[in-house]
Design a protein around this ligand. Structure first.
Ligand SMILES: Cc1cc2nc3c(=O)[nH]c(=O)nc-3n(C[C@H](O)[C@H](O)[C@H](O)COP(=O)(O)O)c2cc1C
Length: 181
């Protein structure tokens, strides 16, 4: 197995980070790998809102936690055992934005997000995509604070951090091939 395939197969969603901060160099490298994703007609329309300040991350969490509890039963479940059931004590979140109602740009954003998570994994940094992070868009004050443009939406929120956890890979479905030849 080569290094790339090992990184792809060993990346896991990490739900619990320690307090070790991520260096600016590593953050920049993760973002740079996001920029290297393919994009339709090479438009590169994604935007990345980068927050590496723990207090700011906790403020965002506190602003949306009630809505997240209502929207996602898993958040409620995790609240029983975790102090931060939303961002998992992350010290870096990157909110990937794409232009509203643009399906191709949505794909571009997903590719950029995956590039960033794989780059992180290869650098020893854990990550988890947080779909519930989209609830940020309902809080006008947060949208303003995070400088999310009116014509953009949140595609995915990514959390990053260090962790010793090596969760087992959830089993992959294999009945999803439509074999034509
Ligand atoms: C679009 C998207 C949204 C997700 N949202 C959450 C989330 O809100 N919270 C969470 O803990 N994991 C979230 N995940 C992570 C998935 O649960 C995880 O990818 C899946 O269980 C497979 O595990 P793996 O990433 O370790 O391979 C999300 C993943 C994707 C792709």
């Amino acid at each position: 197995m080569n290094e790339t395939i090992r990184t792809i197969k060993s990346r896991r969603s990490i739900r619990g980070f320690n307090d070790k901060p991520i260096s600016k160099d590593i953050i920049e490298e993760i973002i740079e790998c996001g920029r290297y994703a393919p994009s339709a007609m090479n438009r590169q329309l994604w935007k990345f809102v980068v927050i590496d300040n723990k207090d700011a991350i906790n403020d965002i969490r506190d602003s949306i936690i009630d809505d997240a509890l209502k929207a996602n039963p898993k958040v409620k479940e995790r609240m029983k055992s975790m102090k931060d059931p939303l961002f998992y004590n992350s010290s870096l979140i990157i909110i990937v934005l794409g232009p509203k109602d643009d399906k191709l740009a949505y794909f571009d954003c997903a590719a950029a997000a995956q590039n960033m998570m794989l780059a992180a994994r290869s650098l020893g940094v854990g990550s988890c995509p947080i779909g519930t992070g989209r609830l940020i868009i309902n809080k006008k004050s947060l949208v303003d604070k995070l400088k999310i443009p009116d014509d953009y939406e949140i595609v995915i929120t990514l959390t990053f951090g260090y962790s010793d956890a090596e969760p087992k890979a959830p089993e992959r479905k294999r009945d999803n091939i439509i074999l034509l030849g």
